[in-house]
Design a protein around this ligand. Structure first.
Ligand code: PRP
Ligand code: URA
Length: 208
């Protein structure tokens, strides 16, 4: 079932507005990517399962719970890298499995250049991290790789999504919920999100 979750949290809107601003420098940009990623992770993990756990407080027994699933973060290189630290603030034990893809500038098709996943899956839930869901090609290809790896519970977390990318990912992987900071208007003629924020990789790494 297709699921699209666009944050309505005022803090996400506030931080995204500074992130989009072309005068925001890479240092501040990286800080915001991290903070927004943490806020979106809180929303994306709301329905994860816990198992009962009883602890002793100074006053007696308390029944609580602990996370049941082993979680894997899957940043799509390069731009997804900056999201990892934010998610780790909330899930410090999460494994990180990098997938390297770049978008061919002419065809806009994803080209894979890095994948060191072991043979059998080591996690039960994967959070795919990439700031930009543009045509959706990179996200859909990454989800396919993870499904082939054997992971069934996959969620996508992105900062900005274009309607075209959301539709693409939904069509190819309707079982994968999409969590976004904002849904933008459209893609331009060279596949960039409008109004967007420009090139997320270049703005983080100062390479633009
Ligand atoms: C950007 C972005 C996504 C992809 C989105 O990466 O980080 O991975 O483009 O586009 P799509 O939805 O049309 O596939 P890019 O290819 O620029 O590589 P980079 O992260 O190394 O800069
Ligand atoms: N990749 C980016 O970094 N920005 C876009 O707008 C689209 C793809």
């Amino acid at each position: 079932m297709a699921q699209e979750n666009v944050s309505t949290h005022p803090m996400v809107l506030h931080k995204l507005t500074i992130l989009r601003d072309k005068s925001t420098e890479p240092r501040k940009f990286r800080e915001l990517v991290k903070e927004i990623s943490a806020l979106l992770t809180y929303e994306a993990t709301r329905d994860l399962h816990t198992i009962k756990k009883v602890v002793e407080t100074p006053m007696g027994k308390a029944e609580g719970g602990e996370m049941e699933d082993t979680i894997g973060l899957v940043p799509i290189l390069r731009a997804g890298l900056g999201m990892v630290d934010g998610v780790w603030e909330l899930i410090p034990d999460a494994q990180v499995w990098h997938i390297g893809l770049f978008r061919d500038e002419k065809t806009l098709q994803p080209v894979q250049y890095y994948n060191k996943l072991p043979l059998a899956p080591t996690v039960g839930v994967c959070l795919v991290l990439d700031p930009m869901l543009a045509t959706g090609g990179s996200a859909a290809a990454t989800v396919s790789i993870l499904k082939e790896w054997g992971v069934k519970n996959i969620r996508y977390i992105g900062l900005l999504g274009a309607p075209e990318g959301i539709q693409h990912l939904n069509q190819e992987h309707p079982d994968v919920p999409i969590f976004l900071g904002a849904k933008d208007e459209r893609l331009n003629e060279i596949g960039y999100i409008v109004p967007g924020l420009g090139d997320a990789g270049d703005r983080q790494f100062g390479t633009g």
